[in-house]
Design a protein around this ligand. Structure first.
Ligand code: NG1
Ligand code: ZN
Length: 545
């Protein structure tokens, strides 16, 4: 077929380096940008096939999120704006790793396996972050789409969640919103303004928020959005990309892992601050107190604030809807304890990676999911949305129920349900704080985090570590879990687990305990166990203190 001849011709312009093997990881392919040209071309091909198969628009986002500037990556977006299904991740890995001369065979295998009708039209939306490599890499995606005769729309510079939003809008014929960046700002900012409309006496101080844009795409987009907020949220934007390097000593991942404020930003005591990551799908909040101590409010604190707010509104509205919070093993033990025992909210734990959280959240009427690192959102079932809508329109209900229903309706509209979204999460948190008349300090005292530490260990092959029980226990290598269990017993309120990263060539170690010293010591000892039992390379891990 002529189509395949074109693929062959075009693929020669995007050759695969011999011997290179890459996996579709926690969220797509991610590595040094120099190794990715052929991957991008092939993901253009794959997105076209996925579009033909689903008879819907598919998204391809070129970004490496919180990774350093020199890396890049690609994520595929399914018709409703969610991450691509797992069986297609396998197709992605197959296609990405096929040798140049086997590419057509790999492509035909997928077509056959999925029984794809090649005469079906295909539509692919493409977006990219601000990395210098993103321009040519997104062109490679577009080349892949056109080689298979697909139509594409290049959104250029957008945040990852904006592209998810566009895909969902397109495939719902505009029901979710208009598939433009303007449509995105209008939808979310209008909902924010509605939510904060009746919060009396908000001072300019309370409307003020200090934002670290990680020198990335989020900063650009917040700037574009500002006029839509009509001064109801006054953002002072730092790390806007005009000087510093992307994600370098700034951004949500740096702040969360280092547990300190980003550089290049002056914070006044008590001031409410937040950081986005490099593609604006994660956000964390923080402040420093009058003694200069840093306080982090991460994904767990956001999940708690949001679920408490929603639970209260559901009760006031008299709606019997099942709400749950979905977390991963990285969730602070205190947050889980508070949610289960004080809030009496159902908590579920899944494997790392938002696709896992998203799927579990879909099982509930209202599913609040957050990774501790600040990636998360809220999902409302169709039935829940309909009940809320009906109540908001019902003329026979009392004022209290009506008010709660209206707030719930606007809350749904301020949330990007397709994926965790730093901009939408920021608007939601700001609205909740305004409605509750709550300061960041008050929010912080809802529960106290257990001191914790995250470390990385380099090993020859991280796949030697296999885990179970939502990654909380290591099954292999032999003896590792026993070693961890014995170390954990030495400390109070302690917990630790290890897992291979899906985005970096490292093993991640997490530990928490009653004091920071204990958490640090435990994390170090577990790192040593990993190094010794799982084939550590380079120098042995050194104690933190
Ligand atoms: P890995 O590298 O698999 O731990 C990291 C994050 C995930 C997720 C992905 C995708 C941690 C501990 N891990 O995955 O939660 O966000 O990146 O960006 O934060
Ligand atoms: Zn990200």
């Amino acid at each position: 077929m002529a189509q395949f001849q074109e693929v062959l011709k075009q693929s020669a312009l995007h050759p695969k380096p011999a011997g290179l093997v890459l996996q579709y990881g926690t969220s797509g392919f991610r590595t040094n940008a120099k190794q990715l040209d052929h991957i991008m071309f092939r993901m253009g091909l794959l997105a076209t096939l996925r579009s033909k198969k689903t008879k819907a628009t598919i998204g391809v986002m070129v970004t490496a999120s919180h990774n350093p500037e020199e890396d890049n990556g690609v994520k595929l977006i399914d018709p409703m704006g969610e991450m691509v299904t797992q069986d297609w991740e396998e197709h992605a890995t197959q296609l990405a790793n096929a040798d140049q001369e086997d590419l057509l065979t790999a492509l035909k295998n997928i077509i056959e396996k999925e029984a794809i009708n090649m005469s079906q039209e295909a539509n692919v939306f493409v977006g990219k972050d601000t990395r210098s490599s993103s321009a040519s890499l997104s062109q490679a995606v577009l080349d892949g789409v056109s080689a298979l005769g697909g139509h594409s729309k290049d959104y250029g510079l957008v945040t990852t969640p904006q592209l998810h939003y566009m895909v969902c809008c397109q495939n719902t014929q505009g029901k979710y919103g208009e598939a433009t960046v303007e449509g995105y700002y209008t939808k979310f900012c209008q909902a924010f303004i509605q939510l904060t409309k009746n919060t009396s006496n908000r001072t300019d101080d309370q409307k003020h928020l200090c934002l670290d844009g990680a020198n990335g795409i989020g900063a650009l987009k917040v700037r574009e959005m500002e006029s839509h907020l009509k001064k109801e949220l006054q953002i002072s934007l730092n790390n806007d990309g005009s000087k510093g390097r992307l994600n370098h000593q700034c951004g949500a991942d740096y702040v969360k892992v280092q547990q300190k404020p980003p550089t290049g930003i002056k914070i006044n005591p008590g001031e409410r601050c937040c950081s986005f990551d490099g593609d604006a799908d994660r956000i964390v909040y923080y402040y420093t107190d009058s003694e200069g101590t840093f306080h982090l409010l991460d994904g767990d604190k956001m999940a708690t604030l949001i679920s408490t707010f929603l639970k209260e509104l559901l009760t006031q509205a008299g709606l019997d809807l099942k709400i749950a919070v979905v977390q991963t093993a990285y969730a602070n033990g205190s947050s889980t304890h508070y949610l289960e025992n004080t809030m009496k909210v159902l908590v579920r734990c899944t494997k790392t990676g938002v696709k896992h959280l998203h799927h579990v959240a879909q099982e509930f009427d209202v599913g609040v999911y957050f990774e501790a690192n600040g990636h998360g959102t809220v999902l409302f079932s169709k039935a829940a949305e309909e009940k809320i809508q009906q109540l908001a329109e019902d003329t026979n209900v009392n004022d209290k129920r009506k008010k709660a229903a209206l707030l719930l309706r606007n809350t749904i509209n301020v949330i990007n349900q397709t994926v965790g979204d730093a901009i939408s999460d920021m608007l939601l948190i700001e609205a909740i704080l305004a409605i509750k008349g709550m300061t960041i300090q008050q929010w912080d005292t809802i529960y106290t985090d257990l001191p914790n530490r995250q470390l990385k260990v380099k090993v020859a092959d991280r796949r030697v570590i296999d885990t179970t029980d939502a990654e909380r226990r290591a099954v292999t290598p032999a003896g590792l879990q026993e070693a961890i269990d014995n170390l954990v017993k030495k400390y109070r309120q302690a917990r630790s687990f290890v897992r291979p990263s899906g985005t970096e060539d490292v093993v991640r170690v997490y530990a928490e305990a009653d004091t920071q010293e204990s958490a640090d010591a435990l994390a170090h000892e577990v790192s040593l166990a990993v190094y010794r039992l799982a084939g550590g390379v380079g120098d042995e891990p050194k104690p933190l203190h």
